[in-house]
Design a protein around this ligand. Structure first.
Ligand code: GLV
Ligand code: MG
Length: 348
């Protein structure tokens, strides 16, 4: 029988895994649904093909009394929905299991893997603290997959939502060849860090810098409250860390949830910042966020056109050329190739 090892790339300790070695499947929007909510579940079949990933959520936002119903609902949806998940599904099927310190997680795994393991593409693990959490999941999955005779390993995605998880980010990314990616979990992370916010993702009007005061002829500052302020991004540090750690290990970084569903403008800004910094996708908590994510996490037509011009102008890829008054060289070519490769993966 084939073992899970047959499906994994050999992982030399410490060797960076280039992103190109992971089979690229678009995952711009990971759309969350509660499988215990019948109204939501009924809409799933029509959503297949319209979104890159549908994620049946079993963790936070599902009431304790509904944990079993959510798990069973997910099994039913996966079994009854055509074209969802697995090697041939046009939309991937992911789940977010309960946390490792909860009473539900073992039942989540031992129910889902035998019943729908062939359709589950990725398991999202919340509140990951260190490599040991990924090792635990990896071992259980290997046993359950072998028992179920699954032909394809289920991949693992960790949510970065504890200070300890952030401190251990590199070891988490490299903890298993199953690692597919990381998401920012801004709500739990804010609480764990004792940040003074009460929201799910996004900025805060109090987190700002103010322009320097004008100075009089004698150099005295004219302090007034009306000077221009600039709101800062609460999440820049964590996202930048996540992008570096993921790039180093050849896995994918994602933004996470943006809870103010009505504020589509700020949502788009947060998603775009994440895209520009290197993230490949985000969570969607409402159908209107799918459209925003699909647009923002795809390179624009102008960017692709420009990138292709640079690639063509750079010929064998060495030296420097001038295009529209700007210098392009080997390094700008590499950036353009990222854009062209992404456009091709999304069009495939
Ligand atoms: C997501 O789970 C978060 O805590 O933000
Ligand atoms: Mg959370």
């Amino acid at each position: 029988m084939r073992s899970a090892k047959d499906f994994f790339r050999p992982l030399a300790v410490g060797a960076p895994q280039p992103l190109t070695e992971i089979p690229a499947r678009p995952s711009r929007a990971i759309h969350f649904f509660d499988p215990s909510n019948e109204k939501m579940a009924a809409k799933i079949p029509q959503m297949v093909g319209t979104v890159d990933v549908l994620l049946g959520n079993l963790e936070d936002a599902v009431k304790a009394d509904n944990k079993v119903a959510a798990r069973e609902g997910l099994v039913r949806i996966a079994q009854e929905t055509a074209d969802l998940g697995g090697q041939s599904g046009s939309t991937q099927l992911w789940t977010r299991i309960n946390a490792l310190d909860s009473p539900w997680v073992l039942d989540d795994l031992t129910t889902l893997v035998p019943a729908i393991g062939d359709k589950l593409d990725v398991i999202m693990v919340p509140k990951v603290q260190g490599a040991e959490d990924i090792h635990y999941i990896d071992r259980i999955l290997a046993q359950l997959e072998a028992k179920a005779g699954l032909a394809r390993p289920i991949l693992v995605h960790a949510i970065l939502e504890t200070a300890r998880g952030v401190a251990n980010i590199e070891e988490i990314c490299g903890a298993s060849p199953r690692m597919q990616g990381l998401s920012l979990g801004p709500a739990d992370l804010a609480a764990d860090r004792r940040m003074k916010t009460t929201r799910v993702g996004g900025g805060h009007p109090g987190y700002l810098v103010r322009q320097d005061p004008p100075r009089g002829d004698d150099g005295t500052a004219q302090i007034d409250a009306d000077r221009t302020t600039y709101q800062q991004d609460l999440w820049h540090y964590t996202i930048a860390r996540m992008v570096d750690a993921c790039a180093m290990h050849g896995i994918y970084p994602y933004y996470g949830p943006f809870g103010d569903i009505a504020d589509v403008v700020a949502c788009e800004d947060q998603f775009r910042n994440a895209f520009l910094l290197g993230c490949v996708g985000t969570w969607s908590l409402h159908p209107k966020q799918i459209e925003i994510a699909n647009r923002v996490f795809s390179p624009s037509v102008e960017d692709i056109r420009h990138a292709r011009r640079v690639v063509a102008a750079m010929g064998d890829g060495t030296g420097a050329v001038m295009l529209d008054g700007k210098m392009e060289d080997d390094a700008s070519l590499k950036q353009c190739l990222v854009m062209v490769q992404l456009a091709e993966e999304l069009a495939a």
